[in-house]
Write a protein that binds this ligand. Sequence first.
Ligand code: GAR
Length: 211
Amino acid sequence: MLNVLVCVSGGGTNLQALIDAGKDGRIRNARIAGVISNNRSAYALERARQNGIDAVCISPKDFPDRAAFNRAFLEKVKEYAPDLIVLAGFLVNIPPEMIRAYPNRIINIHPSLIPSFCGTGYYGLKVHEAVLARGVKVTGATVHFVDEGTDTGPILLQKSVEVLPADTPKSLQQRVMEEAEWILLPRAVDLIAAGRVSVVDGKTVISGRNE
Ligand code: GAR
């Protein structure tokens, strides 16, 4: 059974997708051991508690500096003994010590087709604003492993979503979530729990995949 820790900052719809997929069998052999938020008012914490999942907040505001926060955050992560850490809308830079402690065991969901519209400054609604400003016709979402860069780690899954002429950043965000994020993230966890994912030469290999 894969022990999964989910890190969140906001509404937690991707966390909800993981919870639902665990219940209906789309994720097998994994359990969510805990949820950590950097934001005390994140609705994701409420979602976790409603589902009987241990949930805590560790806020940078409660520490004198970033280094102290990073240490406390890593200590809390270790308490859950995770096999896999899922960043599900977690808007905090992961400290390098944590990446070294969990190599190829941290995944992130990003709301664009990496390498487009990613990196520093591209998060949440800002991604969709940039997509519309550039006028691209296709966007999507990406699940990738986390390395020391921003959105630079090995890509695990991607799914495209059409941009429609009437889209606003909010309508596009919602459709990218529904058509891509909430499907990809549970699938990624299920594949990892099944032991089907490896990273070779900086790229992911999914075994037993014919599509
Ligand atoms: C999601 O769209 C996720 O892809 C994005 O934040 C949102 C969180 O929503 N993450 C990033 O932009 C990371 N760079 P949620 O709290 O409802 O899951």
